[in-house]
Design a protein around this ligand. Structure first.
Ligand SMILES: NC(=O)c1ccc[n+]([C@@H]2O[C@H](COP(=O)([O-])OP(=O)(O)OC[C@H]3O[C@@H](n4cnc5c(N)ncnc54)[C@H](OP(=O)(O)O)[C@@H]3O)[C@@H](O)[C@H]2O)c1
Length: 266
């Protein structure tokens, strides 16, 4: 019988909300082992043992951590992700990036880096959201021409970027199916306009408050009926589980830029 090798996973920003959920998921996940957990030197966890890991310490030694890891998971901030990307390129370590809010220029850098290492870029690592994206593609084929499409998302009050990366991804999926450009269709605020809604637009609405983990709804509004595709994350664990499974898959892929859809389709 073929012996399953344990994949060594390092976690960037391991003290963040997602970072903690992911380190926890790795220490309980069978085919993966925690190899590094990065945090800032001023953090109270610095140089303490990661709970459940046995001996892994929170560290800021990127090079040693990358060297020890078969793949890295990063949920942080765009600038922090790009600093890690530069180091990962040097060490040839595959990188799963769950951070959101990248500019076009930053996305181009990630795209270019994927020529030299495997990178999976996922604004949402939940299996359920990625299933919802497939349903959305199908709904757009059926309704995209007749319906008014609106995307509504809600997150906790600490979230920095808006609309969420997932809401934007939903907009992109709709545009891919209709051969249109999101930049030409997206409407992010209506308060300054006194004009009515045009047929082509995709409106985005954003709610921020409390501890909402992540809700997304795409509404296809017709004259006498509404069809909605909706996903609600009730715990961050759905993102952590998906991220760890996808990172294990990424560790054995060739150089290139991958999405969660590539992982799920394999
Ligand atoms: N792909 C998905 O499925 C998914 C799901 C949820 C969230 N996200 C995204 O993941 C990202 C993180 O979300 P979160 O809720 O975990 O945020 P968070 O709790 O605010 O965590 C941010 C992390 O980044 C670290 N950090 C901030 N500035 C830094 C710097 N200059 N140098 C090094 N580390 C720095 C923080 O360190 P300290 O602990 O020291 O402050 C913390 O560990 C966001 O972009 C969010 O939108 C993606």
């Amino acid at each position: 019988m073929e012996k399953q090798t344990t994949v060594k996973i390092g976690v960037n920003a391991a003290t963040g909300r997602m970072g903690q959920q992911i380190t926890n998921e790795i220490v309980v996940s069978g085919p993966a082992q925690l190899s590094a957990a990065f945090c800032r030197s001023g953090h109270p966890y610095f140089e303490k043992v990661v709970r459940g890991s046995g001996t892994v310490l929170y560290t800021n030694d990127l090079n040693a951590g990358l060297k020890a890891s078969g793949v890295m998971i990063d949920f942080s901030l765009p600038t922090v992700s790009l600093a890690l990307l530069d180091q990962a390129l040097q060490m040839k370590t595959p990188l799963l990036i769950g951070t959101t809010g990248f500019s076009e220029e930053q996305l181009q850098r990630i795209n270019q880096a994927a020529q030299s290492i495997p990178i999976l870029l996922a604004p949402n690592t939940s299996i359920g959201v990625n299933a919802a994206l497939s349903l959305l593609a199908k709904a757009t084929k059926l309704l995209g021409k007749q319906a008014d499409i609106e995307i509504i998302e809600a997150h906790h009050k600490h979230k920095l970027d808006s609309p969420s990366g997932t809401a934007l991804k939903m907009g992109e999926v709709i545009c891919e199916q209709t051969n249109t450009q999101l930049a030409e269709r997206a409407v992010y605020q209506r308060s300054a306009s006194k004009a009515g809604r045009t047929d082509n637009e995709i409106g985005f609405s954003v709610v921020r408050g409390g501890s909402i983990v992540g809700d997304h709804k795409v509404m296809f509004a017709l004259e006498n009926e509404i069809i909605s595709i909706e996903h609600k994350a009730t715990s961050r664990q759905c993102f952590a589980e998906g991220a760890v499974k996808a990172a294990i898959w990424l560790s054995s892929q060739l150089n290139g830029l991958y999405s969660m859809q590539d992982f799920l389709a394999d």
